[in-house]
Design a binder for this molecule. Structure first.
Ligand code: GSH
Length: 241
């Protein structure tokens, strides 16, 4: 992986064309959606560079890459740009050689999509908890809602009797879910995992995964980011550099 760590903000010149044989990921160091794409790029061994975008002060040219102005987005050497994390990850898995992360079997594939659909409720509950903490509100209700959602998520593991969400080895759905677990400790949610033992076992397994190890951010650094982000600081995304 090549590419500068520091983010590009308003006024930064647009990067040149993507070199042949490589892809460029528009990212943000602390974004869980972008981490999904980073995990897939690493797990598949796809040659890539990372360009971090300052999301509080976006360069105008970034909207030409992704009209929604969101990361992740991947740009190819022919100038094509793909965005929206599940679409980016599926595209990378389909278009590039290396380990296939999505099952070929349509039923298994559909089951992964069902879990992903359910998981969007977890991300919403997590975001509500973040907002409550940001406003220094009592977050008991939001924590309870997240716990209920995580207990439901755990049922997929219990029912399937598998260590990972797609079977006995890591697959796409695990990478789609994992990034939020890295962020739970910041909101005291890691204790919640004591109430979801199968999820806790899965999380511990994920921590052993080499792509996860490469993208992991230390909790104190994540915390520093969230503090600045909650204050709407344009320096948040470059925290710790
Ligand atoms: N649905 C999008 C996906 O799955 O890729 C969500 C991506 C997203 O929300 N990314 C955030 C972002 O780009 C950073 S974590 N925020 C910029 C903004 O909201 O203007």
């Amino acid at each position: 992986m090549t590419g500068s760590q520091k983010s590009l903000g308003k006024g930064s010149p647009a990067p040149g064309p993507v070199p042949e044989g490589s892809v460029r990921l528009y990212s943000m160091r602390f974004c869980p959606y972008a981490q999904r794409a980073r995990l897939v790029l690493l797990a598949k061994g796809i040659k890539h560079e990372v360009v971090n975008i300052n999301l509080k002060n976006k360069p105008d040219w970034f909207f030409e890459k992704n009209p929604l102005g969101l990361v992740p987005a991947v740009e190819l050497s022919d100038g094509e740009v793909i965005y929206e994390s599940p679409i980016v990850c599926d595209f990378l898995d389909e278009a590039y050689p290396g380990k296939k992360l999505t099952p070929a079997d349509p039923i298994k594939k559909a089951k992964q999509k069902i879990i992903l659909e359910f998981f969007s409720g977890v991300t919403t509950a997590h975001y509500k908890l973040f907002l409550a903490k940001k406003e220094n509100q009592d977050a008991t209700e939001q924590k309870a809602e997240l716990l209920t959602k995580l207990q439901k998520l755990e049922e997929f593991l219990v029912k399937n009797k598998t260590a990972y969400f797609g079977g006995e080895s890591v697959s796409m759905i695990d990478y789609m879910i994992y990034p939020w677990f890295e962020r739970f400790p910041l909101f005291d949610v890691i204790n919640i995992l004591t109430q979801t033992p199968e999820l806790k076992k899965w999380y511990d397994l994920m921590l052993q995964d080499s792509a996860v190890k490469e993208t992991i951010t230390a909790p104190d650094v994540l915390l520093g980011f969230y503090k600045l982000y909650a204050q709407n600081s344009i320096d948040a995304v470059d925290y710790g550099l």
